[in-house]
Design a protein around this ligand. Structure first.
Ligand code: PEP
Length: 249
């Protein structure tokens, strides 16, 4: 049985005070669920967030990390720094990192390798732009992102990988992939992994959908057989919306 996961990516939102308040509210309202619940606050508030969730099942994860072990990389964060404050999962390859910070497939592949060497779990994000979908290139694009980012990994490394398919045209736009579009792509992703590795690996990996998931559409998206949960942006910033999405899984 693969894990069901609801992960909230808070991006560059929430001060320390707001982080403490939102986590307290989430911890107080968290429903009984088999799903893993993750939140990704900004770096500066990670250590406090780890303390905040201490006695709840909420996992605090990071939004990014550098591939180097340490050194002269001003403004960057290493895997060891995350581990040392009790963070053991990191998002890599979010479309905003790719688009605004020049993170290429090559850089992301290096980050994944470092994260796995350090025994971090990786939530690897990928997905096509609108032009790719319009020109019917979305399957090719997604296959190449998987190949370039992950297909250098040894089979055993896949137990530490969670995938997040996030069509860029649906992120923060209010436009959501239909449940059928999500299912179609998730099935394709699983088939692509089965072809490169094994059916067992493809069946075991959790594939999250991300892109304008909200309380009103979460249940239908999560009902699809190859959708194992969601990576949530905007709707993760309000406790009641995020809780409703957790309840939908
Ligand atoms: C995201 O940024 O990962 C995301 C899915 O954002 P939103 O839910 O706001 O579309």
């Amino acid at each position: 049985m693969r894990s069901k996961i609801v992960a909230g990516n808070w991006k560059m939102n929430k001060t320390l005070t707001e982080t403490n308040a939102l986590l307290a509210e989430l911890a107080g309202k968290l429903p009984d669920t088999d799903a893993e619940v993750m939140v990704a606050p900004t770096f500066v508030n990670l250590a406090a967030a780890v303390q905040d969730v201490n006695s709840s099942t909420i996992q605090v994860i990071a939004q990014n990390m550098h591939f180097a072990e340490n050194g002269a990389y001003t403004g960057e964060i290493s895997a060891d720094m995350l581990l040392d404050i009790g963070v053991d999962t990191v998002i890599i390859g979010h479309s905003e990192r790719r688009a605004y910070f020049g993170e290429t497939d090559e850089i992301l592949a290096k980050k994944v390798i470092t994260a796995l060497e350090k025994n971090l779990r990786v939530v690897f994000c990928f997905g096509e732009e609108l032009e790719d979908r319009k020109s019917d290139n979305h399957f090719n694009l997604v296959a190449s992102q998987l190949k370039n980012g992950l297909f250098n990994l040894k089979p055993e490394a896949w137990s530490k990988i969670v995938l997040a398919y996030e069509p860029v045209w649906a992120i923060g736009t209010g436009e959501t992939a239909s449940p059928e579009q999500a299912q179609e792509m998730h099935a394709f992703i699983r088939k692509t992994i089965a072809n490169e590795y094994t059916t067992e690996i493809a069946e075991a990996v959790s594939i999250l959908y991300g892109g304008s998931v909200k309380p009103a559409n979460a249940k239908e998206i999560f009902s699809k057989v190859d959708v194992d949960g969601g990576l949530i942006g905007g709707a993760a910033l309000k406790a009641d919306d995020f809780i409703a999405i957790i309840e939908a899984i």
